[in-house]
Design a protein around this ligand. Structure first.
Ligand SMILES: [Zn+2]
Length: 267
């Protein structure tokens, strides 16, 4: 009985083996047919075709594995995917970010859409004091852009994107929710009568621009986007954009020679 059983099992194995071999053989035949067809249509490239068709048949699994590995690597390496300094997929928060008592707004720390404090009264008073002293030096300072609402920033940014394209616009204009102007503490400053220098690097070379750079901290302002710090602040050098921090902190930041991000340790 057991011998008979073994014989039956062997027979079954044999049948299965024959089916499998037959199957493989017929596959190879199909394969050869494909190759033959190809070599008929493109005789000159027949060798290449064989190589290619073999690649197609033999490699998908390997390729798939490789692709999966690559995807896994990307996921683990770029946990935070960035787009011109912004975090892809980031949503605006419900509360503003305050670090060491400093309200922060940059490309990584946006503001709530409904955050609308208006122009800071304290910053305005500090600016007026600074302007008075600047006048004694012979130039009249103007804060030509201070508080900007989310909605206003949205229309401004969209206009710049239309004019210059998104990548360029992202270097000098914030996306809505990300502008420091929405804090009410950012003042774009220029000189009256020198409007052609407003929003230009050259303003920083003018007497008024240089005076500001040297003295603004005494009134509580810092030059927010200095030269050569684009990779940290996310913005090109803006000789006109000042941020109010109060005299004590502005002086500390100015003396440190650091950007606000570096000073707060969030660069
Ligand atoms: Zn500005």
């Amino acid at each position: 009985m057991t011998k008979k059983k073994i014989l039956i099992i062997l027979l079954l194995v044999l049948i299965v083996a024959i089916i499998v071999i037959g199957f493989i053989f017929s596959k190879d035949k199909d394969y050869e047919n494909v190759e033959q067809e190809e070599s008929v249509t493109e005789q000159n490239d027949s060798e290449k075709n064989i190589q290619e068709s073999k690649d197609e048949v033999e490699e998908p699994e390997e390729e798939q594995e490789q692709r999966e590995e690559q995807l896994e690597e990307q996921e683990s390496e770029n946990v935070v995917e960035e787009d011109n300094g912004y975090i892809v997929g980031q949503e605006l928060p419900s509360e503003p970010t305050i670090i060491n008592g400093v309200l922060i707004a940059n490309k990584k720390y946006p503001l709530p859409k409904d955050f609308a404090p208006g122009e800071s009264v304290e910053a305005r008073a500090a600016f007026e004091l600074m302007a008075q002293d600047a006048k004694k030096q012979g130039f009249e300072l103007v804060a030509f852009s201070t508080y900007r609402s989310y909605e206003y920033q949205q229309s401004l940014y969209n206009r710049y994107v239309e004019q210059d394209g998104k990548d360029n616009a992202d270097r000098y204009s914030a996306r809505p929710g990300y502008s420091e102007h929405q804090t009410g503490l950012a003042f774009d400053i220029g000189e009256k009568g020198q409007e052609h220098l407003w929003l230009t690097e050259e303003f920083g070379e003018s007497e008024a621009g240089k005076w500001l750079m040297e003295n603004a901290h005494n009134y509580g302002f810092i030059l927010r986007y200095p030269k050569g710090k684009e990779h940290i602040t996310g913005y090109m050098y803006e000789s006109w954009h000042y941020r109010y921090l109060g005299v004590e902190l502005a002086t500390k930041v100015k003396e440190s020679g650091l950007t606000l991000e570096e000073y707060l340790g969030i660069d």
